[in-house]
Design a protein around this ligand. Structure first.
Ligand SMILES: Cc1cc2nc3c(=O)[nH]c(=O)nc-3n(C[C@H](O)[C@H](O)[C@H](O)COP(=O)(O)OP(=O)(O)OC[C@H]3O[C@@H](n4cnc5c(N)ncnc54)[C@H](O)[C@@H]3O)c2cc1C
Length: 386
């Protein structure tokens, strides 16, 4: 991308090498067994990737959304699962503590999270409330110097392996009366429930967080009571921009595998790349990938420069994620088609790319919800919510 700084380019090179060395050798087995690459996480800590957007003053790398998206794209091209876990840790948990936490919370929690000693996650979704997140039922009731939490969060990335969770709970009756609590493994009344078995993103453990009269000290509340809505929505925008990087990575890898195959595989005495229908798939895939790449990094750059109002940022983030997610799924499907029978087997990674890419149309806001976010900004709330 033309506006990548020297620092961005260095980062890209470093993460590309890291992905080849630490992620590539293990992903097939981890995908098969639904494992987790803890060693890679620790090494990401050594590289300074885990607190990528946290200020240097607070022990982070002090980098921007463009940098975070570069990391997602480079790691996502090799192992989308570990990258999803990285996103939940670095953007949904660590970044949020860095942006919204008190000095004491940052001092207490960030060193372990940034070094990789502790794994982070974020709890918003619930069994009955996914897209309708503000309907959440998990309640926090104040009792003296602490809160008592009851409820269940579900589909939480890193739930089964995490140590520190940035969790939202209702502290009033109104839909917007939401507060944030940091819940740590080992706290009384907190457990990580069942782990889900998934079609894709299989090396990114997903599970439940269960609060059963869980006592959380007031010092673990982030921000004022009932004031978390804005912080939650703002982070969703950053999540949607940076997660688009994973879609870009998956698509890039799929195009590379399919193109190589089209040059080498012969049918009717010619490379299959000589057939116009194969050329069309590759040309369309490559063009859509480039369009999404421009849109995603443009959104990240505008975010970094503060060039968008809150609603514009939500629309841009939504557009980037909506297009990149659909593009990645379609490009992975096209790669399978180009590889024919081999594409359908585990001999090649394209079937994994397709399984992983599909999550990009569901997590962090489904395609349907993103279309509503975009339409609201274009048509106005009065029309869209009429
Ligand atoms: C692998 C994975 C990892 C995840 N990680 C996390 C995490 O770390 N933290 C976290 O909090 N959550 C996480 N999630 C949850 C994720 O954000 C939700 O799955 C997502 O928001 C959708 O919610 P839902 O699954 O309840 O679907 P629902 O909201 O039940 O939607 C079902 C269908 O109805 C559609 N729909 C809903 N409302 C509307 C509407 N108004 N108009 C049109 N269509 C509509 C949806 O688009 C979808 O197609 C994760 C999910 C997965 C699968």
């Amino acid at each position: 991308m033309w506006f990548f700084s020297e620092e961005h380019q260095m980062l890209q090179k470093t993460v590309r090498q890291f992905s080849q060395d630490e992620l590539a050798p293990r992903i097939e087995k981890l995908d098969h067994e639904e494992g987790f690459n803890l060693e890679a996480f620790r090494k990401m800590g050594d590289l300074g990737l885990l607190g990528i957007t946290v200020s240097e003053e607070d022990g982070g790398a002090g980098l921007d959304a463009v940098a975070a998206t570069i990391v997602m794209e480079e790691m996502g091209a090799v192992d989308a699962s570990t990258t999803l876990s990285y996103l939940a840790h670095s953007i949904l948990c660590v970044n949020q503590i860095g942006v919204n936490g008190t000095a004491e919370q940052k001092k207490r929690l960030l060193p372990r999270l940034i070094s990789g000693e502790a794994i982070g996650g974020m709890g918003m979704s619930e069994p009955d409330f996914g897209s309708d997140a503000l309907g959440m039922k998990t309640k926090a009731v104040r009792q003296g110097d602490h809160y008592v939490l009851n409820g269940t969060k579900t589909w939480i990335t890193n739930g089964p392996v995490g140590d520190v969770f940035y969790c939202y709970a209702r502290t009033g009756e109104g839909r917007k009366e939401i507060s944030t609590f940091i819940v740590e493994r080992g706290m009384k009344g907190f457990s990580t429930g069942k782990k889900f078995s998934k079609m894709g993103m299989r090396a990114s453990p997903t599970g439940e967080l269960v609060f059963s009269d869980c006592k959380v000290a007031s010092s673990n509340r982030v921000g004022e009571e009932n004031s978390s809505l804005k912080m939650m929505m703002k982070n969703l925008d950053l999540e949607r921009i940076t997660i688009s990087g994973i879609s870009l990575g998956v698509a890039r890898a799929a195009i590379e595998v399919a193109s190589r195959y089209a040059q080498e595989r012969k049918a009717f005495g010619k490379p299959i790349g000589a057939f116009q229908q194969i050329q069309e798939r590759i040309a369309e895939a490559s063009s859509w990938y480039e369009a999404c790449r421009s849109l995603t990094y443009q959104a990240a750059k505008m975010w970094d420069l503060g060039l968008m109002t809150g609603k514009e940022a939500s629309m841009m983030a939504g557009k980037a994620k909506l297009q990149s997610g659909q593009m990645a799924t379609q490009v992975a499907l096209d790669a399978i088609q180009i590889l024919g029978g081999y594409g359908y087997t585990r001999e090649f990674p394209v079937e994994r790319y397709m399984r992983d890419a599909k999550l990009m149309e569901i997590g962090a806001g489904t395609n349907e919800i993103l279309r509503i976010v975009i339409a609201r900004q274009i048509l106005g709330n009065e029309v869209v919510d009429a």
